[in-house]
Write a protein that binds this ligand. Structure first.
Ligand SMILES: NC(=O)c1ccc[n+]([C@@H]2O[C@H](COP(=O)([O-])OP(=O)(O)OC[C@H]3O[C@@H](n4cnc5c(N)ncnc54)[C@H](O)[C@@H]3O)[C@@H](O)[C@H]2O)c1
Length: 259
């Protein structure tokens, strides 16, 4: 499988390491990133190629594009990719909090007969929410995210934990675009960005990103807590998020689907 990645930061480099330094059937053959010179350097060390423009990147005969960049990158490129009939895995899921953008991407998928994939990222439990809501019986979903204070608020010393956000998932991603992709993944699997409630706590006493999901409805109720280790070389990105993107790539060739 010929893969193109959009973005070559923490997760992008992790994917290059895991796919291009092994004998995996999936190989990253093209890289497009905001900083071409940096992308070229990274690409050279993983025997792949960096492209200067999104158009030339998309001409690399790709079977799959994996976005590991930013919400803006999704807004700029996702429609073009899907209209070019290339399946797309997203990590900056926050871009889908805009309902009209989401609808335009879904339309492009139907027309092009390709899929847009939303990996579970740094959380889990999306399968439960989807099943629980198949007959619209899911009533309440709340996400409590507790992060090290310095990863949420730059340059502020605090001794005690502080509630920095309480409200709708839609507003959480607007306030924390790099941190709250998980809230939008939850919303898409469950009851949407207007009804999914998010609580964000900055905690100076922890060193892991913790997410607690609580939901209730006709099915009963569930709660799930994920305590994320950071990626070895970057304290701001959860290791599970990178593993989830890698797993979504490997799943493409798997005939047995756990859904
Ligand atoms: N879904 C989840 O649970 C989850 C978890 C962690 C991170 N993320 C998201 O995944 C994305 C990647 O994370 P990361 O830690 O690798 O980030 P990073 O900052 O290390 O890397 C981002 C890369 O994207 C490139 N980039 C920025 N804007 C671009 C654009 N407009 N076009 C093309 N390339 C562009 C940058 O140059 C950089 O190479 C981020 O949006 C992050 O918020 C999602």
């Amino acid at each position: 499988m010929r893969i193109g990645i959009l973005g070559c930061g923490n997760i992008g480099t992790f994917l290059l390491e895991q796919l291009n330094r092994t004998n995996d059937k999936a190989e990253i053959v093209a890289v497009y990133s905001r900083n071409y010179d940096k992308a070229k350097k990274v690409a050279a060390s993983y025997r792949t190629r960096a492209y200067r423009t999104i158009d030339s990147f998309l001409e690399a005969n790709l079977d799959l594009v994996v976005e590991v960049a930013t919400i803006e990158a999704v807004q700029q490129t996702a429609l073009t990719i899907l209209n070019d009939k290339i399946p797309l895995i997203l990590s900056s899921i926050g871009a889908l909090s805009d309902q009209s953008f989401l609808e335009s991407l879904k339309d492009a998928c139907y027309k092009s007969q390709v899929h847009l994939y939303i990996p579970s990222g740094a959380i889990g439990g999306l399968d439960i929410l989807q099943s629980a809501n198949v007959l619209k019986g899911l009533k309440e979903v709340q996400l409590t995210t507790r992060k090290p204070a310095d990863s949420l608020i730059d340059g502020v010393e605090m001794a005690e934990e502080k509630l920095v956000f309480y409200g709708k998932a839609k507003d959480a991603i607007a306030k924390f675009p790099r941190n709250m992709n998980v809230a939008i993944a939850l919303s898409l699997a469950g009851i949407g960005v207007e009804r999914t409630i998010v609580k964000i706590v900055a905690d100076p006493k922890i060193d892991k990103n913790n997410h607690t999901i609580e939901a209730s409805g006709d099915f009963g109720n569930f709660s799930l807590m994920v305590s994320n280790e950071a990626m070895p070389n970057n304290p701001k990105t959860s290791y599970l998020a990178a593993l989830s993107i890698l797993s979504s790539i490997k799943e493409q060739s798997n005939r047995l689907k756990i859904i």
